[in-house]
Design a protein around this ligand. Structure first.
Ligand SMILES: [Zn+2]
Length: 68
Protein backbone atom coordinates (compact mmCIF):
# COMPACT_ATOMS: atom_id res chain seq x y z
CA UNK A 1 0.00 0.00 0.00
CA UNK A 2 1.48 3.33 -0.99
CA UNK A 3 2.47 5.91 1.52
CA UNK A 4 1.45 9.36 0.45
CA UNK A 5 2.75 12.62 1.76
CA UNK A 6 0.41 15.52 2.06
CA UNK A 7 0.79 19.15 2.87
CA UNK A 8 -2.03 21.08 4.43
CA UNK A 9 -2.62 24.20 2.41
CA UNK A 10 -4.14 25.94 5.40
CA UNK A 11 -1.61 25.49 8.17
CA UNK A 12 1.33 24.02 6.25
CA UNK A 13 1.41 20.81 8.22
CA UNK A 14 3.14 17.98 6.38
CA UNK A 15 1.88 14.52 7.17
CA UNK A 16 1.89 11.05 5.72
CA UNK A 17 -0.92 8.63 5.22
CA UNK A 18 -1.07 5.06 4.08
CA UNK A 19 -3.88 4.96 1.58
CA UNK A 20 -5.18 2.64 -1.01
CA UNK A 21 -5.75 4.21 -4.37
CA UNK A 22 -9.48 4.00 -3.76
CA UNK A 23 -9.13 5.91 -0.53
CA UNK A 24 -6.91 8.44 -2.21
CA UNK A 25 -9.44 8.82 -4.98
CA UNK A 26 -12.21 9.35 -2.47
CA UNK A 27 -10.28 12.35 -1.22
CA UNK A 28 -11.83 12.40 2.22
CA UNK A 29 -8.61 13.35 3.87
CA UNK A 30 -8.13 15.97 6.48
CA UNK A 31 -5.22 17.65 8.15
CA UNK A 32 -4.41 16.04 11.51
CA UNK A 33 -3.39 19.40 12.86
CA UNK A 34 -6.22 21.74 11.92
CA UNK A 35 -8.81 19.47 10.36
CA UNK A 36 -8.88 21.25 7.04
CA UNK A 37 -9.64 19.18 3.99
CA UNK A 38 -7.58 21.40 1.75
CA UNK A 39 -4.52 19.24 1.50
CA UNK A 40 -2.10 18.89 -1.37
CA UNK A 41 -0.49 15.62 -2.23
CA UNK A 42 3.27 15.60 -2.18
CA UNK A 43 5.75 12.84 -2.72
CA UNK A 44 4.67 9.27 -2.65
CA UNK A 45 6.77 6.33 -1.73
CA UNK A 46 6.02 2.71 -1.31
CA UNK A 47 5.92 1.54 2.25
CA UNK A 48 6.65 -2.00 1.27
CA UNK A 49 10.38 -2.48 1.38
CA UNK A 50 10.90 -5.51 -0.74
CA UNK A 51 9.42 -8.94 -0.42
CA UNK A 52 5.83 -9.76 0.25
CA UNK A 53 4.82 -8.18 -3.00
CA UNK A 54 2.86 -11.20 -4.00
CA UNK A 55 4.43 -13.82 -6.12
CA UNK A 56 7.28 -14.26 -8.50
CA UNK A 57 10.08 -12.96 -6.36
CA UNK A 58 10.65 -15.97 -4.15
CA UNK A 59 12.71 -17.74 -6.76
CA UNK A 60 14.77 -14.69 -7.56
CA UNK A 61 12.95 -13.98 -10.80
CA UNK A 62 12.54 -10.31 -10.04
CA UNK A 63 16.07 -9.63 -8.98
CA UNK A 64 18.04 -6.88 -10.62
CA UNK A 65 19.92 -7.79 -13.73
CA UNK A 66 19.11 -10.95 -15.60
CA UNK A 67 15.52 -11.55 -16.46
CA UNK A 68 15.87 -15.21 -17.36
ZN1 LIG B 1 -3.80 22.00 8.63
Amino acid sequence: MPLFEFTCTKCGKVFEELLSLAELDAGDLECPACGATEVARGLSTFATSGDGGGGGCASGGCGRGGFA
